[in-house]
Design a protein around this ligand. Structure first.
Ligand code: ZN
Ligand code: ZN
Length: 128
């Protein structure tokens, strides 16, 4: 059975929503292969690219992994707090903070296009 376009994206998204923490493209591929043994890596990469583009999935640069958006549609890039112990990720959106950051960076004439803010640490339940 072949998978195509939006159906691929829906399945990839469903897998990510079931996962507690972020998943690498390879982990997503392994999970999808249980239902679709012949699925090829480019299919996953295309689905991830489309989902990331529309904001339903975020790429975690520091982990080289992906997570489903936890905030619903948001215009500004989110701030991701990654627990180094259990792997859960909290997602916050703060447009004022990003604007402040942009204006600080902009003092030199630099024009920010995209913010990647990932904070590593321990979540509340791992700390207790
Ligand atoms: Zn989000
Ligand atoms: Zn934790």
């Amino acid at each position: 059975m072949s998978m195509r376009g939006e159906k691929n994206q829906a399945e990839v998204l469903a897998i990510m929503r079931m996962s507690r923490g972020p998943l690498s493209a390879y982990e997503i591929l392994e999970k999808l292969r249980k239902a679709h043994p012949k699925i090829a890596p480019p299919t996953i990469y295309r689905a991830l690219a489309a989902l990331t583009e529309c904001g339903r999935v975020h790429r975690l640069e520091s982990l080289n992994a992906f997570m489903a958006c936890k905030r619903g549609r948001h215009q500004h890039d989110s701030i991701l707090s990654i627990c180094d112990d259990c792997g859960t990720v909290e997602e916050n959106v703060d447009s004022e903070l990003l604007e402040e950051l942009s204006s600080l960076i902009g003092k030199s004439g630099f024009k920010p296009k995209r913010h990647v803010i990932e904070v590593h640490g321990l979540c509340a339940s791992c700390r207790s």
